[in-house]
Design a protein around this ligand. Sequence first.
Ligand code: NAP
Length: 178
Amino acid sequence: MPKTILYIATTIDGYIARPDGNIDWLTSFPPPESGDYGYAALLESIGTIVMGRRTYEDILGFGIEWPYTGFTTYVVTHNKEYTASTPQTFIINEDAVGALGSIKDTAEKDIWIVGGGALIQSLLNDRLIDAMIISVVPKIIWDGIRLFPAPSEESRWTLTHMQSFNTGIANLLYERQL
Ligand SMILES: NC(=O)c1ccc[n+]([C@@H]2O[C@H](COP(=O)([O-])OP(=O)(O)OC[C@H]3O[C@@H](n4cnc5c(N)ncnc54)[C@H](OP(=O)(O)O)[C@@H]3O)[C@@H](O)[C@H]2O)c1
């Protein structure tokens, strides 16, 4: 059965963006001497991408070519009028939990949950994240958008893999305990 995998970068103090959404603390970080922090391997394993509406708009704001061509992307919003402007991009604007459950049931490959925090919170509450690859960036920024905004249900995870890079970034793979 395909898994939903959150793959996301966080500061040591648990932020995925500055208060205004800026991720300069992440993009200014160099690539590792070898590899790419696991990104290419992740893309190999997935067929579907899911993200919150704010994350989608941030990516559009980067002014780059759509980076997820070849994948089916779902953008989650409460807005019934919302439309997407990028290839193979669909909107989930009602019963996000039910819709994601159906996507998971019919997917052939794993599903990447991109974030951000608000989406993560609602999916965690509904046990819709099976595994998490948390890339811990060795920075403290004191304020911003939390990786895990409170309140949310408590959950237990097993650390099944760790990888560190010469840049000081560490990838931690956690799988959800039943
Ligand atoms: N560090 C990283 O690797 C990383 C990864 C991803 C994102 N980010 C950053 O995270 C920030 C965005 O995070 P965020 O927490 O502010 O926003 P977000 O989770 O990306 O998007 C929040 C929006 O998604 C919709 N949404 C979320 N859960 C929903 C549900 N259950 N049902 C219906 N709609 C739902 C709502 O849209 P509506 O308001 O339209 O209803 C909500 O306002 C951005 O700055 C982005 O760059 C960082």
